[in-house]
Design a protein around this ligand. Sequence first.
Ligand code: AHR
Length: 319
Amino acid sequence: MKRRTALTGTAALALAASLPLPALAQKKIVLGFSQIGAESEWRTANTESIKQAAKDAGIELKFADAQQKQENQIKAIRSFIAQKVDVIAFSPVVESGFETVLREAKAAKIPVILTDRAVNAKDDSLWVTFMGSDFLEEGRKAGRWLLDKEKNTKGDVNIVELQGTVGSAPAIDRKKGFEEIIKTQPRFKIVRSQTGDFTRAKGKEVMQAFLKADPKKINVLYAHNDDMAIGAIQAIEEAGLKPGKDITIISIDGVKGAFEAMMAGKLNVSVECSPLLGPQLMKAVQDVVAGKPVPKRIVTQESVFPMETAAAEFPKRKY
Ligand code: AHR
């Protein structure tokens, strides 16, 4: 028994000597991530997904919250470059104005991954891949749902629109996609449109102004995200109207709060936009570091949830 232990010990020592030290063999990948902020239930779920996935993948995450300011994102990216991280990823608060800092990252040979939102720079060599939803299609889905709902009605359909953050990819594309569909029937009219910055508080405030100022009857609210719709629902109720009945409400994201509103009959439909990008981001980071090819565009597959489906879907929701 004693002799066998000694032999095993010798063999183990020989084996260990032939292997590289774990610390040298497996240097942890360092990822710098600049998040937009915490403006919505969606964003909170997105942050959790990224933090959890980094932990699961054994990637060291340097996380910076930009508090919805582009200047903070630029500062964070510069600081990641100075720290020589392996990969930089970020969700750009607005589409324009990132070219200079992206060139700096390229000059430092640090690959950049765009998540959730795109930039409108012409030089697409400035990022390796862009993963996230097709916002244009989300706007179209919202428009198609409305046209279908109203297919047996006649007369004008007056719509008010709560836009997302000015200059952001989802605000631009969700507006464009929705308009592309409704313009095929001129009786669908956007009578007012203003930003609510993707937050509940501003969604409520702007909806209050719409209800107060607009002499025309509001038939439909199209909100670029669930949080603004939830804020607007409060404003509609405070004005003595029934959300979901007196005013049809369409929004985007599919967060739990929206499902609760749908189950209460106050929100008619939510077009899904998944924030659960963490696992695919970590996979792309590992592939980029390993020199493997990654697709230039990774589109998230998503559904549409009308209120009638909410109770059955709710228990399955992960965000
Ligand atoms: O970029 C995705 C959008 O940003 C979500 O729809 C919205 O809720 C978030 O703040």
